[in-house]
Design a protein around this ligand. Sequence first.
Ligand code: ATP
Ligand code: MG
Ligand code: MG
Length: 586
Amino acid sequence: ELPKPSNFLRQVIERDLEQGTYAQRRWGGSPGDAANHLAGEPDPARIRTRFPPEPNGYLHVGHAKSICLNFGLAREYGGVCHMRFDDTNPEKEDVEYVNSILDAVQWLGFSWDANGTSHLYHASDYFDFMYRAAEYLIEAGLAYVDEQSAEEMRVNRGDFGKPGVDSPFRSRSIDENLQRFRDMRDGKLPDGAAVLRAKIDMASPNINMRDPALYRIRRATHHNTGDKWCIYPMYTYAHPIEDALENITHSLCTLEFEDQRPFYDWLLDALGEGGLTNQPHPRQYEFARLNLTYVITSKRKLKQLVDEKHVSGWDDPRMPTIVGLRRRGYTPESLQLFCERIGVTKSDSWIDYSTLEQALRDDLDPKAARGMAVLDPLKLVITNWDAVMGAGALDDCSAPVHPHQPERGRREFKFGRELWIERTDYEEVPPKGYNRLFPGNKVRLKYGYVIECKGATKDANGNVTEVQAELIPDTKSGTPGSDKVKVKGVITWVAAADGVPAEVRMYDRLFSVPQPGTGDKDFLEEINPDSLRVVTAYVEPSLAHAKGDDRFQFERHGYFVADRVEHREGKPVFNRVAGMKDSWGK
Ligand code: ATP
Ligand code: MG
Ligand code: MG
């Protein structure tokens, strides 16, 4: 394995490890227990990262980047990555999403088994602590209860180049603020009537520092805390606290949070001074989110595709969700390879979809068993078969399971009088440079014999219904002298005698424009109407015995997977993962 290329995150981590930045912190074991959390054992000087999804949807390829980054860096530097549900938003969350997220992370090859405890973290476990920390801020004169209307707050916050206006509630006494905050908590105020805000600077050039909201009133049942709370912390307040309580060292997030970093530091400095959180506190670092061409990575829009039935579900093989990519045939290793190749940077860009497909090919090429399949079948009749081989005879052929790994053995199939070939492998009038079947031309049927094309039969509409050819004796692949007849074309085939019909789903990109949803049009209008073409193919017997999730290279055609949901022994269903070569944008 090659050494991993350096990047700004690796440099920061290596520096912190070298300097022992986080070596002195104490670890209380149960981070939810705020009374205890600063009193425990020293935390070994190792890095801690976290993957903190909101359980409000299925994970997608963008999350895969974050997962590979957070879990990958922890693994690489002997640290720990916390699997944390950022469940501070009770209305949109669901246990279906929780389970799918855990599945996806495990399938990608990572585990949250820190010290053999398999501990899962939940932001909602810290609600008590967050509440107490908020009272501390009030007592320190760093927070106040604002009862302006939402509209007043919005207007008074100001804008770029225009300073904000202090709220009339900003100068309330500490006692009054404490009382009002407790009233909020005790359900004495209706939803939306007040918010707790940090008291920072209404004239700050960074709008996020103009007294951001910390708590809002929201009567909603939470999946973890039930109806205990009618106030919930804002994400910007909750997230730094979650990181601090869990002794996270490097909190990695996407670039849109860059302007939040000053507040992240402000809050943890304030709580640190009050002895509420460890110092030095975690640091936030931003990296560019993944944008992939022809792909949508907005959970909201992906949900819309599912809810409005533009796709068959979250795991539709055209979906960029991890369950969709999995069903499509992507492997965990191919996604890890992809994430490694795109790297991490600090500037947003679009990654070409072909990068993802190439990672899949590079992963599967050495792994996938080979097989022959005819996707657009046309019958080929060997007219001299009975004379040369005997009426009704079948000849045994074989081919390596993998061309470069003889130890994997050989696959066996028949050759007979009637065979299936690709419709595109016959031309009555060959275009220039065409080396396959046309009257008078010789080609090799791969792993079989050389044949000479004699002609074809057409129906009333002029469509070719059958091709005829003669077998040239003593040309069977792998037998002495078999190469005495020189041919320019080699084609794949399946014998009618042992070929098995299979449903093959030829997937194409789900959107027909490279940056869907970014222009004037609604993203739904940019859906590719031909993103799925289903064909009935013939496959060689070894493919018909596949198990769900088995991946193959169909020779000449690309990579295919036995559909993990609908494939059955005896009724094969395959999904095309990717073609042999890059055909995107061509
Ligand atoms: P929402 O749209 O609901 O806010 P989100 O896309 O931010 O969701 P989260 O569940 O909050 O998703 O994400 C978990 C983690 O995955 C976050 O740290 C987030 O930064 C990261 N992440 C989400 N989308 C991408 C992306 N396209 N590229 C890289 N990282 C991403
Ligand atoms: Mg989010
Ligand atoms: Mg988002």
